[in-house]
Design a protein around this ligand. Structure first.
Ligand SMILES: Nc1ncnc2c1ncn2[C@@H]1O[C@H](COP(=O)(O)OP(=O)(O)OP(=O)(O)O)[C@@H](O)[C@H]1O
Length: 340
């Protein structure tokens, strides 16, 4: 196991716009990095360059002491000791679970007792020991995905690459599989890179999130950090819930904006404005607050989600323990905001 370094990595397919531009980041040994961003931002291209399926146009990829790719050449995928899990599980239908999991070992010439032991160990990581003799057709979607995970683990890869592995699953199965992935990461100790456009998934799974937009890396930080202190509108809008208000705030001042400054900004009608991200948990009903229109109130099980609108027509979100009449004007305090 070793840390993975992407150094000024770029990829231009010759389409007029680079798919990946100057991406530099370090995935620490045993880390779980989520590459997050909208469709087409370059996530999969980064993953494919790390795997060795694409050659960088510029920059380098280093794993521990080894250079995997740079200006002078690239190691082929099979020499990188990595494993990739795809959205489609890509299992062989005519093979049993054990044969599917053990296939990469067979290719490497591992047979007999060594084969049996390593397949059993890999199946135990994903808790599928009992299913060794079944065929993929006789498994649920989640179990098939776990077979695919066991198969990538069986060769003890330094790095596991996952390309939207949960995209085809329903919500319940997704939640259960997130748990499996967390456990898989903890038990395998592998360094993992996980491509997703689902911020909830990234927050739930990763130790670090790298947000990309239009081929560029915008921010890399822990889920907590990126939620509390996002860099710019794109990250603020992509990670977590909330609304971005344009408020008349002074040029100087802390990025964490307290309620008195927000309240003062609401009274200010002229002057340049600055974008402030407001999380729903910081918008609370309070008679001392400013009047906001309740645009909608949706029951989410454990709470109600409110869509609110300011007098100036800007949108906000809030949570409430009780139902609130749609169309009514109610006082709310915005406890804090974050300048993005
Ligand atoms: N082989 C290729 N040839 C030309 N352009 C490509 C190729 N592969 C990807 N691209 C382009 O590069 C950009 C980034 O694509 P990429 O698949 O990396 O995005 P992504 O963030 O993974 O998107 P998605 O979430 O939709 O999979 C896109 O504009 C895409 O059209």
């Amino acid at each position: 196991m070793a840390q993975l370094i992407l150094n000024h990595l770029s990829k231009d397919f010759g389409t007029g716009r680079a798919a990946v531009s100057d991406v530099s980041l370090t995935v620490r040994e045993g880390g779980f990095l989520a590459l997050l961003g909208p469709s087409g931002c370059g996530k999969t291209t980064v993953l494919r360059m790390v795997a060795g399926f694409e050659q960088p146009t510029d920059g380098s990829i280093i794993l521990g002491e080894r250079t995997l790719a740079d200006g002078s050449g690239a190691l082929p995928p099979e020499k990188r000791n990595m494993a990739m899990v795809f959205q489609s599980y890509a299992l062989w239908p005519h093979m049993t679970v054990a044969q599917n999991v053990g296939y990469p070992l067979k290719v490497r010439g591992v047979t007999g007792a060594a084969w049996e032991t390593r397949v059993r160990d890999a199946l135990s990581v994903v808790r599928l020991e009992e299913f060794a003799a079944r065929r993929p057709a006789d498994l649920s979607g989640g179990q098939r995905q776990r077979v695919a995970l066991a198969r990538c683990l069986v060769t003890s890869p330094d790095v596991v690459l996952l390309d939207e592995p949960l995209a085809n699953l329903d919500r319940h199965l997704k939640a259960a599989m997130e748990e499996t992935f967390r456990e898989f990461h903890a038990r395998s100790g592998a360094t993992m890179i996980y491509v997703t456009h689902d911020q909830g998934e990234a927050m739930a799974l990763a130790t670090d999130i790298a947000v990309m937009s239009e081929g560029r890396l915008i921010q890399v930080a822990s889920p907590q950090e990126i939620y509390a202190r996002p860099e710019g509108r794109i990250v603020g809008g992509l990670v977590g819930q909330g609304g971005i208000l344009d408020l008349a705030l002074p040029d100087q001042g802390p990025r964490l904006v307290p309620w008195p400054a927000i309240e003062a900004a609401f009274r200010q009608t002229a002057g340049p404005s600055r974008p402030v991200l407001v999380r729903p948990e910081h918008v609370v009903a309070d008679p001392q607050g400013i009047m906001l229109e309740v645009r909608s109130c949706v029951f989410e099980g454990e709470r109600f989600a409110l869509s609110l609108r300011t007098a100036g027509g800007q949108s906000l979100k809030a949570y409430s323990a009780t139902a609130t009449a749609t169309g009514s004007l109610q006082p709310f305090v915005i406890r804090q905001g974050w300048l993005v």
